[in-house]
Design a protein. Sequence first.
Length: 72
Amino acid sequence: MTWHVRVDPQLCLASGMCAGVAPEVFALDGEHARTVVDAIEPDERVLDAADICPAQAITVHEGNKVIAPARD
């Protein structure tokens, strides 16, 4: 099972919270965060990063299903 992580640069506020939680997956690039890798092994920290993103700019996909951020 592989997850794909995306950061929407139009939503990203560059708070850096994602890079703080999972620095091997996210990096700050000027005004936006970006992913360092596209596909990753499942990692709870990446789900946490998507959930705490203040702009909800991060999505984590497993196949065609969005698994993060958590939806109420």
